[in-house]
Design a protein around this ligand. Structure first.
Ligand SMILES: NC(=O)c1ccc[n+]([C@@H]2O[C@H](COP(=O)([O-])OP(=O)(O)OC[C@H]3O[C@@H](n4cnc5c(N)ncnc54)[C@H](OP(=O)(O)O)[C@@H]3O)[C@@H](O)[C@H]2O)c1
Length: 334
């Protein structure tokens, strides 16, 4: 028995020959995959991966047609799992959502119970999507750095791609926890906003993407959250302090990178990979609980830009062009 109407509105990407057609269309409930939990989607958000999932050659979408959207938050309207009752607020993101299974850019969605995160009182569905996959990934990066010994007071922590979704959240989380945050951005007009989120210093993106033939340079960073990759990750490895760690999550500046072994064998530098999509549900629920509490970023919910299913294409194009300033959230069922 379903609580989802026979048809509902969804933003669909469909491969047609060499191109991808994308836009809002009616979608049939009967075409959704099985799952224990049905959600009336109130909010979703726009992530870099959504941009890739909705363009030709983006190499993200694994089915066609695909309801895009790698995250969603809303209200449970039907559930076969007693631990996730009807009426509660939940979110889901990652795993196959918006990639090989229909995602969050829809008025309704059906998901496996083991993908669902019940929302505590500290986070509304709107705030949850103001964080979204980007905020979760920032929090996961901080958790991984602290697991490796990073503590406030041990030195500056670099955040790259700071004006984007992941970077903005990382700056706000680290600053709220008492770290000295250095935010690197290519948008100097974002400097005031980043200081408002708690950045102690804002530096130009070019400084942290500088090429060099030297295998090591002066030790600067007690830790780093990097979502840029490309030339930035080798720079960070050359300038990490002894025993420090960089959490690498993204490729906004390029997927390949060239480095030497010297940061690893002469300074015990560590490179930790961050994959938010496959984090086991138990840890995922703990981190979301903490995002409403001790990992809550300064400025959460401020300065987000709202779009709708109909105005999504503009945001999807802008995020791929590196024009992100904080987060776009998608108002759907409210
Ligand atoms: N591993 C995971 O689980 C995971 C999860 C979420 C996201 N990601 C990845 O993390 C990255 C950031 O995601 P996001 O949602 O924060 O994206 P976003 O909102 O688009 O932010 C990316 C930021 O990177 C910087 N940037 C863009 N183009 C650049 C370039 N050519 N060179 C250097 N910097 C550039 C820009 O910041 P400035 O202008 O401030 O420099 C931009 O705002 C993406 O690659 C995304 O796929 C990974």
């Amino acid at each position: 028995m379903t609580a989802i109407p026979a048809t509902f509105r969804a933003f669909v990407a469909e491969q047609v020959g060499a191109t991808v057609n994308r836009g809002v269309r009616p979608f049939a409930e009967a075409d959704l995959p099985p799952g224990e939990v049905e959600v009336r989607v109130l909010w979703s958000s726009v992530n870099y991966k959504d941009g890739l999932a909705t363009i030709a050659g983006g190499k993200v979408a694994r089915i066609s047609p695909l309801i895009a959207g790698i995250d969603l938050a809303g209200e449970v309207v039907a559930s076969a799992d007693p631990s996730i009752p009807v009426g509660i607020a939940v979110l889901a993101h990652g795993y196959d959502l918006g990639v090989s299974r229909h995602g969050g850019f829809a008025e309704f969605q059906r998901v496996p119970a083991v993908w669902v995160v019940p929302l505590g009182p500290a986070l509304t569905p709107r705030l949850a999507m103001a964080l979204g996959t980007a905020g979760f990934t920032a929090a996961l990066s901080v958790v991984r750095l602290e697991e490796r010994g990073l503590r406030p007071g041990t030195g500056p922590v670099l955040v790259t791609g700071a004006s984007g979704g992941l970077g903005t959240a990382a700056v706000g989380i680290l600053a709220a926890r008492g770290y000295e945050v250095v935010a690197a951005t290519g948008k100097q007009d974002e400097a005031d906003r980043l200081r408002g989120l708690g950045a102690a210093v804002v530096v130009d993106r070019a400084e942290v993407a500088a090429e060099s033939t030297r295998p090591l340079e002066a030790e600067r960073w007690a830790g780093a959250v990097d979502c840029v990759g490309g030339a930035t990750l080798p720079y960070i490895l050359r300038t990490l302090r002894r025993d420090a760690t960089v959490a690498a999550s993204g490729n906004a500046g390029g997927a390949g990178f060239a480095t030497t072994v010297f940061p690893f064998i002469l300074r015990s530098a560590a490179l930790v990979g961050i994959d938010s999509a496959q984090v086991p549900i138990a840890e995922r629920r703990v981190i979301w609980e903490r995002l409403g509490d001790d990992l809550r970023p300064i400025g959460l919910g401020d300065g987000v830009t709202e779009v709708t299913l109909d105005t999504l294409p503009e945001a999807l194009t802008a995020i791929l062009a590196g024009r992100a300033r904080g987060r776009w959230i998608v108002r759907i069922g409210c």
